[in-house]
Design a protein around this ligand. Structure first.
Ligand code: MN
Ligand code: MN
Length: 467
C-alpha cells in the first residue's frame, strides 16, 4: 500500500528524522572534512602519549599566538593563554568580551589512551632473551596487543635529576618491539581459555633483544648487553627505570581507511579525536563573547585520578586564578559556566549488533554524538545533563547547521562507561557529553569517520561563539 501524501508530510513534521551525513552534507563540506582529517592524522602521529599530545598542542597553540599563562595577570578580551600541567595535561583560554563573571564556555577532552606501561623493574633475561615486564594502563582487551609492532615512548629521570625523552619505533629505520603469542599449532591449551583470559596480564612481556654480551664468564649476558646499549644511548642505569614513565603503543601511523577513504584508522583516537577537534576550535576562536576554556586532560582512562586528571582541583584553581584579578570568585564563574564534555561513543557495529540498542545507538557518518547521560546499569557514574541544558545545546547545534545525532553506549545491562562529565558537573557547571562515534574503541587500531570528526569540530566552533 502506497503511503499517502498526508501521512508522509505528517511524518516529516512529527518524527525524528536522521540522515547519513554523506547525503546531508554538501560536497564542499565533505571536501572540507577530508582536508581537516589530514591535520588530524598528523596530530595522532605526533602525539601518541599524553606528554606528546601536550607538546604537539602547545606547538600549535603558540603558532596561533597563545602564550604561557601568568598567575595574577588581568587578561583583556582576546588574550590567548595556555597552562601546561606537568607536561601531561593542558588548559587553554581565550578571553571573552563579556565579563568573566558571566561564566566560561568549557570544552574538556582527554589525551591519554589505553596502552602498555613498563613496570618499575622491567628489564629481565629469560632463556637468553631480553624482555620488559609491563603493567597495562586503562581498559585494554589484552589479546589485541600481541604479535604487533610496538613503539616505546616516555621519559626517564636519572639519579642526578636530569631526564631523557624516549621515542623509539616511530621513525623509518627505528627498531620496534612486540609481545609474542603462541603459534596455533601449540595453542591447544591456550585455546580453551576464555577470550578475557586468552592473554594474561603477566604474559604481556615485551621482547627487546637477544644478543649476548661477549663474555663467557658472566651470567645474564643478554640483559647486560641491552643495559650497556641503553647506557650508551640514554645515559641510564637499571635503577633509573624506577623514576621513569615508559609507555608502549602501536608503532604504525594513522591512515585513511576504505576504498572511498571515508574513514580514519589509527591508535589513540579515544580521546585525542575530541582533543584535536576541541583544540583546533579553540585556536580559531578570536575574541569570543564568553571566555573559552579548553582542558586536555590526562588519566581519564583510569578514572581521572591524580593531579593531571580531571577529578582534581586543578581546573577549579585555574578558573579561580583567571577570575581573581577581576575581583570575581572562581565558584561564581564555574556556577555560570557551560561545558561540552567531549569523549568518544561506541558506534553501531553491524558485526556485533547485539550489544547495541539500535534505536538509541550512534552511527558512523551521522555526525557528532550528543549523549545526555553515560554510565552503566541504572545510570551509575553519569552526570545526566538536564533537559534544559540539553535543549540549549540542541538549539545551538541546529542553529549552527551542525550534523549531530544522539547516542547511548550499548544496551542498558550490557556494560557501559563514564567520562569526565561528572567531575565537571560536581563543580556546579552545566555539562553534556558530546563526541565522535568510534568502531573498535580501545583497540590498538580504532576507526572513526571523517564526516563525524568534522562535525565534532564544527560543534566546538559553534560552542566557542555560543552565549
Ligand atoms: Mn574516552
Ligand atoms: Mn576510553
Amino acid at each position: 500500500m502506497a503511503e499517502s501524501n498526508a501521512s508522509k508530510e505528517l511524518k516529516e513534521t512529527l518524527y525524528l528524522n536522521r540522515k547519513n551525513g554523506g547525503l546531508r552534507l554538501s560536497e564542499e563540506e565533505i571536501r572540507k572534512a577530508e582536508e581537516y582529517a589530514e591535520g588530524y592524522k598528523r596530530f595522532l602521529d605526533a602525539g601518541k602519549t599524553e606528554r606528546e599530545a601536550v607538546s604537539a598542542s602547545i606547538a600549535m597553540a603558540e603558532e596561533k599566538g597563545f602564550v604561557p599563562y601568568e598567575y595574577g595577570k588581568k587578561y583583556a578580551p582576546g588574550d590567548r593563554v595556555y597552562w601546561n600541567n606537568r607536561g601531561k595535561s593542558l588548559i587553554l583560554a581565550v578571553m571573552g568580551t563579556q565579563p568573566i563573571e558571566n561564566g566560561v564556555n568549557l570544552m574538556a577532552a582527554h589525551i591519554d589512551s589505553p596502552r602498555i606501561d613498563l613496570k618499575g623493574c622491567p628489564l629481565y633475561e629469560q632463556d637468553e632473551l631480553a624482555l620488559f615486564k609491563t603493567h597495562y594502563y586503562g581498559g585494554i582487551r589484552k589479546y589485541q596487543w600481541v604479535a604487533m609492532p610496538l613503539s616505546l615512548h616516555g621519559v626517564i629521570v636519572r639519579a642526578d635529576g636530569s631526564s631523557v625523552t624516549v621515542r623509539i619505533g616511530e621513525d623509518p629505520g627505528d627498531p620496534v618491539f612486540c609481545i609474542t603469542d603462541l603459534l596455533p599449532h601449540l595453542a591447544a591449551d591456550q585455546r580453551k581459555r576464555t577470550l578475557d583470559a586468552g592473554i594474561k596480564g603477566e604474559e604481556l612481556n615485551i621482547l627487546i633483544g637477544s644478543y649476548p654480551f661477549r663474555d663467557d664468564e658472566t651470567s645474564e649476558r643478554v640483559k647486560l648487553n641491552i643495559m650497556k646499549l641503553l647506557n650508551e644511548k640514554y645515559g641510564i642505569v637499571e635503577a633509573d627505570f624506577l623514576s621513569a614513565e615508559l609507555e608502549l603503543v602501536p608503532a604504525f601511523p594513522a591512515s585513511d581507511l576504505g576504498f572511498d577513504r571515508s574513514l580514519i584508522g589509527g591508535y589513540g583516537q579515544d580521546d585525542r579525536v575530541c582533543g584535536y577537534t576541541a583544540l583546533t576550535a579553540t585556536l580559531e576562536a578570536v575574541a569570543p563573547a564568553r571566555t573559552v576554556v579548553t582542558v586536555l586532560a590526562d588519566k581519564e582512562e583510569i578514572g581521572s585520578v591524580g593531579n593531571t586528571g580531571l577529578n582534581t582541583s586543578v581546573l577549579e584553581y585555574f578558573i579561580s586564578d583567571l577570575a581573581k584579578p577581576f575581583g570575581v570568585d572562581g565558584r561564581r564563574v564555574l556556577s555560570n559556566s557551560k561545558c561540552l564534555s567531549a569523549d568518544v561513543n561506541a558506534a553501531f557495529d553491524p558485526t556485533f549488533p547485539d550489544v547495541h540498542e539500535k534505536r538509541n545507538a550512534c552511527f558512523i557518518n551521522y555526525g557528532v554524538v550528543v549523549t545526555k547521560f553515560t554510565g552503566s546499569g541504572g545510570k551509575s557514574g553519569t552526570s545526566d545533563a538536564s533537559a534544559e541544558f540539553t535543549g540549549e545545546v540542541r538549539r545551538m547545534l541546529d542553529k549552527g547547521g551542525v550534523l549531530w545525532q544522539t547516542g547511548e553506549l550499548g544496551k542498558v545491562d550490557q556494560g557501559g562507561g563514564g567520562t569526565v562529565a561528572l567531575y565537571i558537573a560536581s563543580r556546579n557547571v552545566d555539562v553534556i557529553d558530546v563526541g565522535v562515534p568510534v568502531l573498535s574503541m580501545h583497540a590498538p587500531f580504532e576507526v572513526v569517520s571523517k564526516v563525524d570528526v568534522w562535525s565534532t569540530y564544527r560543534a566546538f566552533t559553534v560552542f566557542a561563539q555560543h552565549c
